[in-house]
Write a protein that binds this ligand. Structure first.
Ligand code: GLN
Length: 475
């Protein structure tokens, strides 16, 4: 068997080839970098492709020769534009932060640098991570490499397209309501949202602080696992991070009990997506796993509650971008004009919509009716999931209702919000969830990938890796 081209390798394959001296770190970098340069004018996956960091490449090569390098040493990765890399622009795909240069490394970046990973560039996204298609970027849309008339998903659409088109070996994204898993599903790769607190949010431009997690997008479950164990861990800079030693509570069993909330699968799912999902479940059953019907009655309210809690947190987090301290600044006639002009020019339409919505649900007179009620729904949801996990190891649903959709197809905000119906619950409950490719469906005589999503109890990422690997074996 011939080896894949270096930029087409997984982390595991590249790490092996580097150690076997079949390729050098420089060759691997060059292969990814030239694929990125070549395809980016068409796909717009990257907002910026970095120049080679010669010192980092040489040092990674030395560590590999020395024989004790971590697996990510010398591996070129793509970084979502809302994760800070010292000295580089981090714009969150917004005009507001178009020229903002990070003054420090995000904790995940620090950890990746320590492991010897290299950074290819910063990837396109929906502005401030709000969206499901990357159409809300202030710097143009990203195209889906499987069909360029379709979206790559979002908000981490640039990261997903970069990995799927082999313009990076793997990437990081952020996931507040599905932004790692949904684009992974629509581009045919693996994406995981870790347990809330497993990965530090220090250096991530905040969207909804009680929901945000940074997560890996990669070509295999094994690669996602490698990145996850590199970036996770307690961090004094993020007080919500949790200790790692609890992971061992969940020993991976060979045969898992898979909960299927069939009552949620009645409306809105395109028929062939559902068929692919059922076939995948059937094959898992044949492989020795058990399917169990479960009920999650509050799930029907999860999306509504998310679209109260998330904008509330967005309006709070983005309040600091007022034209005074940093970010875009416009001068008007009065101080009020300064604020209004800076924010109106700096933020795109969807961002403004959510700030308004968030400010409304937090305002006196409405906070009880909306925000506090949504918080209560969130508690019930968490309890329901915890109860379900008394009887099952993981919960399975299709990651999305349909394969990648066409540009402009979901211009109605509510249609776009429905895209998150199966992914937001993991953010609302803080539980980890993974999307793994489960096959493809055909649209306009093109094969489009679709994903299956598994959710596990808090800190049971290892169970997700086990079931994810089982799905990969079926393909
Ligand atoms: N698409 C969802 C939203 O628009 C999720 C975004 C995210 O996960 N960052 O809110």
């Amino acid at each position: 068997m011939t080896n894949p081209r270096p930029n087409e390798m997984t982390i595991e394959e590249a790490a092996r080839a580097l150690r076997a001296r079949e390729i050098s770190v420089r060759e691997l970098w060059d292969a990814c970098h030239s694929a990125a340069e070549e395809k980016n004018p068409e796909l717009n996956a990257y907002l910026e492709i970095f120049k080679a960091d010669d010192a980092a490449i040489e040092s990674a090569q030395k560590r590999i020769y020395a024989g004790d390098a971590p697996l990510l040493c010398g591996i070129p990765l793509a970084m979502k534009d809302n994760i800070l890399i010292e000295g580089k622009i981090a714009s969150a795909a917004s005009k507001m932060l178009e020229n903002y240069k990070a003054t420090y490394d995000a904790t995940v970046v620090k950890k990746l640098k320590e492991a010897g990973a290299l950074f290819l560039g910063r990837t396109n996204m929906d502005e401030f991570a709000m969206g499901s298609s990357t159409e809300h970027s202030a710097f143009g849309t990203t195209k889906n490499p499987h069909d360029e008339s379709r979206v790559p998903g979002g908000s981490s659409g640039g990261s997903a397209a970069a990995v799927a088109a082999h313009m990076a070996i793997a990437a990081l994204g952020s996931d507040t309501g599905g932004s790692v898993r949904q684009p992974a599903a629509l581009t045919g790769i693996v994406g995981m949202k870790p347990t809330y607190g497993a990965v530090s949010r220090s250096g991530l431009i905040a969207m909804g602080s009680s929901l945000d997690q940074i997560g890996p997008l990669a070509k295999s479950v094994a690669d996602v696992k490698i990145i996850f164990y590199t970036i996770s861990g307690i961090d004094p800079l993020d007080s919500t991070t949790i200790t790692e030693n609890l992971y061992s509570r969940h020993e991976s069993k060979e045969h898992l009990k898979i909960g299927v909330p069939r009552h949620l699968l009645t409306e809105g799912i395109e028929k062939d997506v559902l068929t692919t999902f059922e076939e995948t479940l059937k094959k898992l059953e044949e492989a020795g796993h058990t399917l169990i019907d479960i009920e999650l009655p509050t799930s029907g309210y999860a999306l509504a509650a998310y679209y109260v809690i998330m904008p509330a947190e967005v309006s709070t987090n983005l309040a600091r971008l007022d034209g005074m301290r940093y970010g875009l600044s416009k001068e008007g006639k009065t101080l009020l004009d300064d604020y209004v002009d800076s924010r109106t020019t700096g933020f795109g339409e969807e961002t403004l919509r959510r700030i308004l919505l968030g400010t409304f649900v937090l305002s006196s007179g409405y906070i009880d009716a909306y925000y506090h009620k949504a918080e209560k729904a969130r508690e019930v949801l968490r309890k329901e999931y915890n109860d379900a996990f008394e009887n099952v190891d993981v919960i399975a649903v299709p990651t999305t209702l349909s394969p990648a959709f066409k540009f402009g197809q979901k211009s109605d905000p509510v249609a776009m919000y429905l895209e998150d119906i199966f992914t937001i619950t993991a953010n609302m409950t803080g539980m980890p969830a993974i999307s793994v490719p489960m096959g493809s469906v055909e649209r306009d005589s093109k094969k489009l990938p679709v994903g299956i999503q598994f959710t596990a109890p808090h800190q049971a990422e290892d169970v997700l890796f086990a079931i994810g690997t089982a799905v990969e074996r079926l393909q």
